[in-house]
Design a binder for this molecule. Structure first.
Ligand code: ATP
Length: 365
C-alpha cells in the first residue's frame, strides 16, 4: 500500500476554478474522507488523483513517486464509482476475477486470489452463485471484491453508497470500515454525508468552493472547527452562533454576549472591532435558572434519550440538546449555561476561528 501526497493542486475549467491550491497527505493505510456540499470540487480532486483529469497545476505523488502526468492505468489505483455495477451474466467467482483475467494473469493464480479475496469478505460460500440472485449486501461485497482482488496501491471511492436507503447504508458504512481495518488500504472516499465521513474516516478534508477549509481527524473537525463553514457543516444540529460586535484582546477570558459576560477559552489573537460569533454545540448548552443569559423556549423535538430545544435569543434561534426528562413549556423563559471549555469564537467577516487555548492546533486548509 502507499502514501498519497497532493501538493498545491489546482483545476480550472475555463475561467472557473473547481479546485484551488489543495495540499494534503494521506498516509499509508489511512482512510481520508473528502467531505463537502455538491459542487465543492471533491470529485474533481479524486479524478485528478486517479489520473482521469489533468491538474492545471500542482503535483500528485503516489508511494513517493511523481505520478502527476501518468495515465490512470499506470497508477495502480482502484477507482470505485458505484459498488453495484456487476456483470449480471457471470457468477460471483467470475465477477471478482474479471479484472485479473483482463490483465492476462494465469488461471491458477486468479483462482487463488479470488478465493483469498472471497474469504476476506466472507463470501467464499457463494462463489459459484449467480450475482443476479444475490441480496444487496452480498452484491456490494462482490463489487468490493472486484476492486480489492487487484491489490492496488490505493482505493478511490466516489459516493459509493450514494443510492442506498438509510438502513442498508448504515450497514455498508460499518462493513467498509471493517474491511479497511482488515486490509489497511490507503483510501480516499468522497461523500457529502458528514455522518458517513465521521463514522469511517481517520482524517477528513472539508471542502467548500474548491478550497479545503480544514483537514484533520473527525474529533479535531468536530471539536475545533477552523471556520464557520466547517462548524455549520458538521454536527446535527450544527454549531450555534451567538453574534455580537466587539474587539477581542489576547489573553482575555470573557466576552460579552447579549450584554452578559460569558467565560471562554483564553483568546490568543487580537481582533479589531467587528462582528464576532460565539460558537457553541447544542450539547454544550444546559438550562440553569441561575444563568443571566436568557431566552424563550420556541419549540422542541423529542429524541428518546434527549431532546433538541429551540430557544429564541435576542439575535435569533439557538438549539440545545438537553435531557429528555427536562420539563418546560413553549414560551417559558430559561437561563442558558454554556460549557466554557468547548466554546469557539469566529471573526464573521473572514469566517475564521479566533485562535484560543482551545484552537491553537487548528490547521487552516
Ligand atoms: P458533486 O457531489 O455534486 O459531484 P463535487 O464536490 O464532487 O460535487 P465536482 O464534481 O468536483 O464537485 O465539481 C466541482 C465544480 O466543477 C462544479 O461546479 C462542476 O460543475 C465543475 N465541473 C466539474 N467538471 C467539469 C467539467 N468537465 N467542465 C466544467 N466544469 C466542471
Amino acid at each position: 500500500m502507499a502514501e498519497i501526497r497532493i501538493e498545491h493542486l489546482r483545476k480550472e475549467f475555463g475561467a472557473f476554478s473547481a479546485v484551488e491550491d489543495s495540499s494534503f497527505v494521506v498516509r499509508d493505510g489511512e482512510f481520508l474522507a473528502l467531505l463537502g456540499p455538491s459542487g465543492c470540487g471533491k470529485t474533481t480532486t479524486l479524478r485528478m488523483i486517479a489520473g482521469l483529469e489533468l491538474p492545471t497545476s500542482g503535483k500528485i505523488f503516489l508511494a513517493g513517486g511523481d505520478v502527476t502526468f501518468n495515465r490512470a492505468r499506470e497508477r495502480d489505483i482502484a477507482f470505485v464509482f458505484q459498488l453495484f455495477a456487476l456483470y449480471p451474466h457471470m457468477n460471483v467467482r467470475k465477477n471478482i476475477g474479471f479484472p485479473l483475467l483482463a490483465q492476462g494473469i494465469a488461471k491458477a493464480e486468479i483462482r487463488a486470489r479470488v478465493e483469498e479475496t472471497a474469504r476476506l469478505l466472507q463470501i467464499d460460500h457463494i462463489l459459484d452463485r449467480s450475482v443476479s440472485g444475490l441480496a444487496g449486501g452480498d452484491r456490494q461485497r462482490v463489487a468490493l471484491g472486484r476492486a480489492i482482488v487487484r491489490r492496488p496501491k490505493c482505493f478511490l471511492m466516489d459516493e459509493p453508497l450514494g443510492t442506498l436507503d438509510t438502513e442498508f447504508r448504515d450497514l455498508m458504512v460499518r462493513e467498509l470500515r471493517e474491511l479497511h481495518n482488515r486490509i489497511h488500504a490507503t483510501t480516499v472516499y468522497v461523500t457529502h454525508d458528514q455522518l458517513e465521513a465521521m463514522a469511517m474516516a481517520d482524517k477528513i478534508a472539508v471542502m467548500n468552493h474548491g478550497v479545503i477549509e480544514q483537514f484533520g481527524t473527525p474529533q479535531e473537525i468536530y471539536n475545533r472547527p477552523a471556520t464557520m463553514f466547517v462548524a455549520d457543516f458538521i454536527g446535527s444540529p450544527p454549531m450555534n452562533f451567538l453574534r455580537f460586535t466587539a474587539g477581542l484582546q489576547r489573553g482575555a477570558r470573557t466576552v460579552s454576549v447579549e450584554g452578559v459576560p460569558v467565560a471562554v477559552p483564553e483568546i490568543h489573537d487580537d481582533v479589531a472591532m467587528g462582528e464576532i460569533a460565539l460558537g457553541v454545540r447544542p450539547e454544550d448548552i444546559r438550562f440553569s435558572d441561575a444563568s443571566p443569559l436568557r431566552g424563550v423556549v420556541y419549540g422542541s423535538e423529542y429524541h428518546g434519550t434527549n431532546q433538541i430545544v429551540a430557544v429564541e435569543m435576542a439575535k435569533g434561534l439557538i438549539k440545545a440538546r438537553v435531557p429528555a426528562d427536562q420539563n418546560f413549556r413553549i414560551g417559558d423563559t430559561v437561563g442558558l449555561e454554556l460549557n466554557h471549555h468547548n466554546l469557539s469564537l469566529f471573526e464573521c467577516t473572514s469566517g475564521r476561528a479566533v485562535r484560543s487555548s482551545r484552537h491553537t492546533q487548528v490547521q487552516h486548509g
